[in-house]
Design a protein around this ligand. Structure first.
Ligand SMILES: Cc1cc2nc3c(=O)[nH]c(=O)nc-3n(C[C@H](O)[C@H](O)[C@H](O)COP(=O)(O)O)c2cc1C
Length: 320
């Protein structure tokens, strides 16, 4: 199980109602959650996250301005409005470009958050390097205009991601650390001009750390929606990475079995169908029908669409 993305710092909030893991209160708040999940026998990782330029001072609890690799606001019209709650959307802000001290502070924030996650009872952490958030804003070429050692060449653009990984691994051990990457998405307007070259380099470098896994998002998915044209493949990265490889995005039971039996990946991650099916492994085992997910409640607070989908047993009892 990988928990929802969780803030590592107070200036990274890109949505209302999202969790954090950088204060003692937040660590305490997670404990009943990790206990409940682990009581059911799951291995439970927390996803560590900073939104970078998709954060907003109206969402950050201390009203800090957003930060990023470069002072570039999101301009892609699909993503340039930030939802701040209720029915209100506001323009994405021009972020403050982190200086070297600021970069070190963010690396440290990921490290501390990883320690906090273990203290809260998680088995490990997944570094969120995907989907156009802070780490991806360094890696991907169209968001990074820096001229120092964190921008320009592929090596320089991948430096921030690798420093975060190094710090988190040093803190909790490589076998407790995974990372998620999405080379092909344009989510939040983050696009790389040469995704195969950039991410092959990054994945090669990740081999140094003995990670628990590398988790990559298929090109057929952008955020949480299907794309029509998806010719790109994760296979080149799968071939370079020397540890367990997780593929995610648009998988169902049969396609998941095929992905693993063909060697496309070692594991498959499920998002939307898991949200709608609290007993997904049982249903897969039995090849039972699935509940349909309701997109309208994906990001709403409260139990509806979150903890109220029926198990197979409950659904059958209702139908009988
Ligand atoms: C409600 C919802 C919340 C999500 N939250 C996250 C998240 O916190 N971190 C992340 O990396 N992806 C997140 N995603 C994306 C999913 O992890 C996954 O990549 C995407 O849904 C495609 O996989 P699927 O076809 O199995 O759903 C979320 C998706 C949905 C629908």
């Amino acid at each position: 199980m990988i928990a929802e993305a969780t803030m590592v710092a107070s200036d990274g909030y890109g949505y209302p109602n999202i969790p954090g893991i950088y204060t003692p209160e937040q660590v305490e708040g997670w404990k009943p959650v990790t206990q409940a999940v682990k009581a059911k026998g799951a291995v439970f990782f927390n996803q560590l996250w900073h939104c970078g330029r998709s954060a907003h001072e109206l969402l950050n609890p201390n009203k800090e301005p957003p930060v990023s690799s470069s002072p570039l606001a999101i301009t892609d019209p699909a993503y340039s409005k930030i939802y701040i709650g209720g029915t209100t959307m506001v323009d994405a802000q021009v972020p403050v470009a982190l200086d070297e001290a600021g970069i070190k502070a963010k690396v440290q924030a990921f490290r501390t958050a990883a320690r906090n996650a273990l203290d809260a009872g998680f088995d490990g952490v997944e570094i969120h390097g995907a989907n156009g958030y802070l780490i991806d804003q360094f890696t991907k070429s169209n968001c990074n205009t820096r001229s120092d050692q964190y921008g320009g060449s592929i090596e320089n653009r991948c430096r921030f991601a690798l420093e975060v990984v190094a710090a988190v691994v040093e803190e909790v051990g490589g076998d407790r650390v995974g990372i998620r990457l999405s080379p092909f998405t344009d989510f939040l307007g983050a696009v790389d001009a040469t995704p195969y070259a950039t991410f092959t380099y990054l994945v090669e470098q990740l081999n140094k750390f003995g990670l628990a896994y590398l988790h990559m998002v298929e090109s057929r998915i952008n955020g949480n929606t299907e794309l029509e044209n998806n010719p790109n493949s994760l296979t080149p990265f799968r071939l370079v990475f020397k540890g367990p490889f997780i593929a995610a995005g648009g998988y169902k039971r049969e396609s998941g079995i095929k992905a693993v039996s063909s060697g496309h990946s070692d594991l498959v991650a499920f998002g939307r169908i898991w949200i709608a099916n609290p007993d997904l492994p049982t249903r897969f085992l039995l090849n039972a029908p699935l509940n349909r997910y309701n997109r309208d409640t994906f990001y709403t607070p409260g139990m509806e669409g979150y903890t109220d989908y029926p198990t197979l047993e409950q659904a059958q009892a209702t139908a009988a």
